[in-house]
Design a protein around this ligand. Structure first.
Ligand SMILES: NC(=O)c1ccc[n+]([C@@H]2O[C@H](COP(=O)([O-])OP(=O)(O)OC[C@H]3O[C@@H](n4cnc5c(N)ncnc54)[C@H](OP(=O)(O)O)[C@@H]3O)[C@@H](O)[C@H]2O)c1
Length: 329
């Protein structure tokens, strides 16, 4: 494959709102040892991209300064010491950054084949949410069949993935969302109870069921003490974001007396090896479900790469259900 010297990309001209996402021309990156270069057809849009754009989620050392944590396309070049990938393979991958561009490099161990029967558009929406949900709900949270699982933001990219996977692996799923339409979407995906948090109290509803064994939360703030109340004895709370802020008054006595676990993680700063282990687990446990059509990404909308600002505005309006993608080629 002949590679051009430059490519179209979207850069963050300065920290700010969606309007700071600016079309630019950048050199095509070169894959280093253990890396592949992907010519992207689509890139997924995620809430952490908006945090980076606003200046509160900096790329880790060595990562591209361009936003974008996931993409799908074809392998355009292979660096030294890479096995298992050849130029022309259809691929989707978790990225350390740089997804809002025609070409992007990433460790080969963070790439996965496009599931059979799936379009590149759908495959571009898999990595960030599936790596996050698998590592937090199943590896860290230890969700088991028969347990009561509560996910906040049930209609988000993360939420729609968590509902489907938890249901598939036999958990009883409860989800919160901010409108009746979003609640209906959560029920269609397999939640047994969707809670419109504007009208109903998730604490009361979960306590009436015996409490949640596991909660996946991205809201934080006032939800922290309420999550603790909503947990069953021995319950686990996994925190993946703090949309309402990370600081709160919390009485930890309940954590001790009811043997609760409060934990959390962010994906991006983890080591290459840790991400490779998540990729291996996804390939073995989840990719067969995607190929069988038993789990699928929920697609909200598509924007051309050059309209990344409009894609961010849609995400931040919270009008969406599921994933937003950028069309690159
Ligand atoms: N830790 C990690 O490694 C990691 C990785 C990826 C994403 N994340 C985080 O996970 C969250 C979801 O990501 P995403 O890409 O799926 O984003 P998304 O689709 O934009 O989802 C965010 C959801 O949060 C809900 N929400 C927003 N503000 C809220 C508030 N103040 N109170 C209650 N709910 C609120 C919205 O639903 P309603 O309209 O129903 O309120 C929205 O659906 C983000 O916060 C993101 O930063 C963490």
């Amino acid at each position: 494959m002949t590679l051009p010297e430059t490519m179209r990309a979207i850069e963050i001209s300065e920290p700010g709102g969606p309007e700071v996402l600016t079309p630019a021309t950048r050199p095509v990156p070169q894959p280093g040892p253990g890396q592949i270069l992907i010519r992207s057809a689509y890139a997924g849009v995620n809430r952490p991209d908006a945090l980076q754009r606003a200046g509160s989620y900096n790329p880790p050392p060595g990562a591209s300064d361009l936003p974008g944590l996931e993409a799908a396309g074809e392998v355009a070049a292979v660096g030294p010491d890479v096995s298992g990938w050849r130029v022309g393979d259809a691929v989707c991958a978790l990225l350390p950054g740089g997804g809002y561009a025609e070409y992007v490099v990433t460790p080969a161990a963070h790439a996965l084949p496009v599931p059979k029967g799936m379009t590149l558009r759908e495959a571009a929406c898999l990595p960030e949410t599936f790596f996050t949900v698998w590592s937090n709900v199943f590896m860290r949270g230890g969700l088991r069949a028969g347990e009561r699982f509560l996910v906040h933001g049930g209609s988000s990219g993360i939420g729609t993935t968590a509902i489907q996977l938890a249901r598939h692996f036999g958990a009883r799923v409860f989800a919160t969302a901010g409108s009746d339409d979003k609640c209906a979407a959560c029920l269609r995906l397999g939640a047994e109870r969707a809670i419109n948090y504007r009208d109903e109290d998730f604490v009361e509803i979960l306590r009436a069921e015996g409490g949640a064994d596991l909660i996946l939360d991205m809201v934080g703030g006032s939800y922290l003490p309420r999550n603790v109340k909503a947990l069953a004895d021995d319950g686990r709370l996994v925190q993946i974001a703090f949309l309402q802020g990370p600081k709160v008054d919390l009485n930890f006595a309940q954590v001790m007396t009811r043997r609760l676990t409060i934990t959390g993680s962010t994906l991006r700063p983890q080591s290459d090896l840790a991400k490779a282990r998540i990729a291996e687990a996804l390939r073995a446990r989840v990719w067969p479900l995607l190929e069988a059509g038993r789990v699928a990404p929920v697609m909200d909308s598509e924007f051309p790469l050059e309209e990344a600002a409009a894609a961010h505005a849609r995400m931040e309006s919270s009008g969406h259900v599921g994933k937003i993608v950028l069309r690159i080629s």
